[in-house]
Design a protein. Structure first.
Length: 97
């Protein structure tokens, strides 16, 4: 880009996919993490160490589907972090329709 006012940054889309999965994950992802670790996953937050296929293989072997965590979540579904009391009721965030 020739215009110096803009700075364009990119983030690895596969890494973003994994970040989305883990940000919405639950205890079932523990076995995926252990499996990926056994396959050599270390320091995967650094793009030079990240190996997407290793993670997908860990998901396949544990029979977990990463897409499950990226689906649209219904308002009434109990979420893994719902047990944490932040002082804000869920109805405040998701008011009745």
């Amino acid at each position: 880009m020739k215009n110096r006012r803009f700075k364009l940054n990119f983030h690895n889309r596969q890494m973003s996919f994994m970040e989305g999965v883990f940000s919405r994950g639950d205890r079932r992802l523990g076995k995926v993490i252990v499996n990926a670790f056994r396959k050599g996953a270390r320091f995967d937050a650094w793009s030079s160490y990240f190996n997407f296929e290793r993670w997908m293989e860990a998901f396949r072997e544990t029979e977990e589907r990463p897409e499950f965590y990226l689906r649209k979540i219904p308002k009434e579904e109990i979420l893994p972090w719902d047990l944490i009391d932040l002082g804000v009721e869920k109805e405040t965030v998701y008011p009745p329709s």
